[in-house]
Design a protein around this ligand. Structure first.
Ligand code: CMC
Length: 388
């Protein structure tokens, strides 16, 4: 590219590098050769995390070892627990939201990690496992502090018998989750685990590309994921549905929903959980999660089903009038809501999953690095003289 060439706004359509981790296109989403629907049906999150981090599907012994390592690393260092307690008032006052607290918690973990300054493949894998193991504990302990409850299993970071998904739910609520909640959470973690050069992963790669460390790169990635145009959309989508419900009342009248949406279109308001930079014919993940979330709603009762019906009306109008499909964050919002998960923890849960993809990308960047440094098209003032 010449020094004066320009690219599309937001780097749309630009291939910014190579990766062997994930392929995203209109027809499929593939993690290291495996299609997403195949993984959602047949794999567990732990298997998918191993696949992303190591490159191959684990055999039974490798999986057992990997699970044991995650379980052994779940408990948080004292300094992080102290920070979470200190963050309680910040969360209560609203100067911080859970994504901010998780970001700082991860940064402190970096300060304490004995491998923190080592970017070798071996150290990166060890750090990735520790981050993966500890993120649900940060989220769970934080929720207990928000709720004013005792921390759940602070010495062990949960129940060693529980899977990653089940333990995350247990740490947040103190209740052993039902099988359908565990399966749905597990699948949502699989769906969220990886998505090539999305904004947060690219952020992580840019940081790693300076030869900075994994915890720093993940801290930056969390900041990028928080925004409502990216991972924050799962919380924003649910808040939008609540707003529609408040404005139109408890009945799902199509006319009232249409009017609400027309008002949004007139003000150029973006509907959260819709649209995608790459997928223009639908997000491969959305239908999988919608089906599972709706099944939970159907087992729970008419109020929960009504939420999904409202979402389906919004989806239909969006498609008919704008030809825009829901992305994974739209069904995620409704699904986590009927599971009773507090809305501000939806994006932190996304982090607990996407950590697997981020860490794989950070290690890939370190292993074959070149500084990521594009050029800008200058649009400022012409050359002028500074006179004092
Ligand atoms: N609601 C209303 N209109 C939309 C939406 C939406 N959600 N998304 C796109 N459009 C319209 C947009 O206004 C534009 O119309 P026009 O050409 O008339 O100006 C057209 O579609 C193209 O949109 P764009 O903003 O140029 O598309 P983009 O590729 O820059 O943006 C996006 C992609 C995801 C940022 C955008 O669709 C959006 O803001 N969606 C809402 C936030 C969201 O759900 N984000 C989650 C993304 S996917 C999963 C993840 O990362 O977590």
């Amino acid at each position: 590219m010449s020094a004066t060439a320009t690219t599309g706004k937001g780097l749309e359509g630009i291939i910014a590098g190579d990766t062997s981790i994930c392929q995203v296109d209109q027809t499929s989403l593939i993690y290291r050769g495996y299609e997403i629907a195949d993984l959602a049906r047949h794999a567990t999150f732990e298997e998918v995390a191993y696949l992303l981090l190591v490159g191959e599907k684990p055999d039974a012994e490798q999986l057992r070892f990997f699970r044991d390592e995650l379980v052994a690393n779940r408990a948080l260092p004292r300094q992080v627990v102290e920070y979470l307690h200190a963050a309680g008032p910040m969360l209560a006052e609203g100067t911080a939201v859970p994504m901010d607290v998780l970001r700082t918690g991860v940064s402190i973990l970096g300060n304490l990690d004995k491998d923190s300054q080592d970017n070798s493949p071996e150290a990166n894998l060890r750090k990735a496992k520790r981050l993966l193991a500890k993120a649900p504990t940060i989220i769970g302990h934080m929720q207990c502090i928000i709720d004013g409850r005792e921390l759940v299993a602070p010495n062990t970071g949960g129940d060693a018998k529980l899977s990653h998904a089940a333990n995350l739910l247990y740490l947040m609520s103190g209740q052993r989750p039902s099988d359908d909640y565990v399966k749905t959470m597990d699948v949502s973690l699989i769906l969220y685990a990886e998505h090539d050069f999305n904004a947060s992963t690219f952020t992580g790669r840019v940081i790693a590309g300076t030869l900075s460390d994994m915890h720093g790169a993940v801290t930056g990635a969390i900041a990028a994921l928080k925004g409502p145009l990216h991972g924050g959309a799962n919380e924003a989508a649910m808040e939008m549905l609540k707003e529609i419900r408040t404005d139109i009342g408890p009945k799902n009248e199509v006319g009232a929903v249409t009017e609400w949406m027309h008002r949004a279109f007139e003000t150029k308001r973006k509907l959260m959980g819709f649209g995608h930079r790459v997928y223009k014919n639908g997000d491969h993940r959305a239908g999988i999660l919608h089906k599972m979330g709706r099944a939970i709603a159907e087992r729970q009762g008419s109020e929960q089903v009504a939420l999904f019906e409202l979402g389906e009306i919004v989806q239909r109008i969006m498609l008919e009038e704008k030809s825009i499909f829901p992305n994974v964050d739209f069904p995620c919002g409704m699904t986590y809501f009927v599971m009773g998960i507090p809305v501000p923890q939806y994006t932190p849960i996304f982090v607990a999953s996407r950590l697997s993809g981020w860490c794989a990308h950070i290690a890939e960047q370190h292993a074959n690095n070149r500084l990521i440094r594009p050029i800008a098209n200058y649009t400022g003032a012409p050359l002028r003289k500074w006179r004092s």
